[in-house]
Design a protein around this ligand. Sequence first.
Ligand SMILES: Cc1cc2nc3c(=O)[nH]c(=O)nc-3n(C[C@H](O)[C@H](O)[C@H](O)COP(=O)(O)OP(=O)(O)OC[C@H]3O[C@@H](n4cnc5c(N)ncnc54)[C@H](O)[C@@H]3O)c2cc1C
Length: 412
Amino acid sequence: MTEKNIDVLVIGAGAAGLGAAIGAAREGVNNVVIVERDDRSGGILNQCIHNGFGLHYFREELTGPEYAERIKSIVAQYPNIDVKVEQYVHQIDHRRKEVIVASTEGITIYRPKSLVVATGARERPMGGVLVPGTRPAGVFTAGVAQRFVNLENRLPGKRALIVGSGDIGLIMARRLTLEGVEVVAVVERMPYPGGLERNIRQCLKDFDIPLYLSHTVVGIYGKERLEEVVIAQLDESFKPIPGTEKKFKVDTLVLSVGLIPQSTLFKDFLKIDSWTKGIVTSSSGRSSLNWVFAAGNCTVIYDLVDWVTDEGTIAGKFAAMYAKNNWEPARFFVEKGTNVGILFPSWYEEGTNLNLYLRVKKPIAEGTIRVKQRNNLLYSKKHLNLLPSEMVSIKIPESKLGSGDILVEVLE
Ligand SMILES: Cc1cc2nc3c(=O)[nH]c(=O)nc-3n(C[C@H](O)[C@H](O)[C@H](O)COP(=O)(O)OP(=O)(O)OC[C@H]3O[C@@H](n4cnc5c(N)ncnc54)[C@H](O)[C@@H]3O)c2cc1C
């Protein structure tokens, strides 16, 4: 067993963790260590070989692996960052401020002055046990199917149906089609698509793949391998309408029903949002524990990797400031008002900019987003076609902010 006292430890080397290491290193701490369980850094970006990454951060459209390489080359410029792969964080003793990491070298106990959690997200299971039918092979989550095709050069099957019209489901519909799989349909339980309009066009319409809105899977059948999937239309209370069933002969069912922040390792000592399961943080990335910061998909599921890197960099910077001089300013609530479904962050810390990320509760054709701190109106702007699937980012500079709780609302 090895013991190490360091300045900043980062868990996870995805876009958020790499960004955090850069933010911390720039702040001038002596040592930043990233521990990553995979055999390489980059996180989920490594398997996202489509383009659409980096338009904000690098002002260039890149593929996921290209984006990862760019960030890694910035990390490599800092001699005070040590990226360690094949390191699994399996326990944290928050009272002793110890992070216990297992690797082929054995157990290492890190005692960092501050910690940045950047563990990303995991895929949501479909509650498959509730779907009637048999339990044949051929049912995959989108991430597993994507890993097969993009990293392992294997096809999951020949004819596929996809559940979930978020961006990942849409991108997988196109990817599988390009690889020769016949995608018979994408099924979405909501009355509107879950992904970006450009992805509906480029991934479904361009390939004549039908999208069934307000539908779900009601039967999965097959002996050893999947043979048939039955879908049905849903009423307004999401109950299947008898007589609307449609049968599809497929050997593959791809479930793309959302991501859940990976926060279980921290649930006993950090505040976790009971609905989203994200680690609750402030505008500096600080969690409910003063020496622990968090960023990326483990806090809230972001639409764009550029935002993930931005927030990682911020969390790294303030984690380093805490490591250097116990930086801990006053903090105020950021509260959800009318029509706000998801809101990040949950607290504002004095001396930081406020980068807000929000999703509306329901589609709103024309809404005014308003941000107020006490009686001070910080932001008020009309937005068209607000959708729960599209995250809105609003940046309020520190110079406009004072002390007091903040309210964010969307007025129709
Ligand atoms: C299919 C798909 C398509 C996407 N398309 C786009 C797009 O077109 N444009 C765009 O901008 N964004 C896109 N995104 C979003 C973007 O890729 C993600 O938001 C971003 O990469 C998430 O970064 P992260 O660092 O939070 O998480 P991750 O990349 O998941 O990184 C988390 C890391 O933590 C490690 N880890 C977790 N637990 C432990 C542990 N206990 N010990 C050690 N290490 C651990 C994991 O191995 C992983 O490497 C897409 C995402 C997906 C999934």
